[in-house]
Design a protein around this ligand. Sequence first.
Ligand SMILES: *Cc1c(COP(=O)(O)O)cnc(C)c1O
Length: 283
Amino acid sequence: MAEDMHVNPQRARQLLENLGSVSQTIQSASRVSGKNVRLVAVSKLKPASDILALHTSPNPQYHFGENYFQELNEKAALLPRSVRWHFIGALQTNKCKPLAEHIPNLWCVESVDNAKKADALEKGRAALTERLKTQNENGTSNGDSAGNQEQLRIMVQVNTSGEESKSGCEPGDTVALCRHVRESCPHLKLQGLMTIGAIARSKATTAETENEDFVALKDTRDKVAAELGIPADELELSMGMSSDYEGAIAMGSDEVRIGSTIFGERPPKKDAKVVEDVKEEKG
Ligand SMILES: *Cc1c(COP(=O)(O)O)cnc(C)c1O
């Protein structure tokens, strides 16, 4: 468990420094929009000890993003319940139910792109809610699950770049999917829309240029809000990663997802370790 996880002090210092400088950039970039931008630290392929270092610091980071089902399961089992997990990776339909059912501190699933996946997440969260209710009634609750399990937040991932390789719902299908979540999935809360966007556009993004993917996500959000009769500012925009987050914030992003600027380059998936080998310290 987390208590006996080894956190290298030097590594921890470096991570905190990186996080601090990203947070500062976010602060100054959001002065114009006036929004309180959420930072999701994208920890995929990085060890659980990196997450622990940021989460247990005096100024704790709560939101972490993961892309792989198995890896998230392992990390969630090792790390404190106070972590707020975001699933941001390609989502397989058959993983949706277990994801929503077995990770109570899963805070948001951001890569929902069709109604089947929404329905499976709904089933999983309904099952979790039912199980916790029974535990409470029987007095078998271990205390940390007391009270009502909240709705699982979801975001609809929109394919704003039109690239075939990118997952995401077509902009034209987004209203229908959002309506489905709001009307047929009582255990889910539609939190907003997410896009990744084209890499070339992302690299060309500065604080001054308008990235077309961000324009498209905003337009889609405004359309969804109008069609469903909800205020636009109740639907968040999750856009912006290491290479383009200042530009995304300038365009009204509510949430940025930042990995490599905080954690450094990622290892190939085959070399990634959830628990690192502890090297013998000399001396
Ligand atoms: C990996 C990933 C990120 C973080 O990317 P960086 O460029 O390392 O900041 C953000 N969003 C999604 C969906 C990702 O898969």
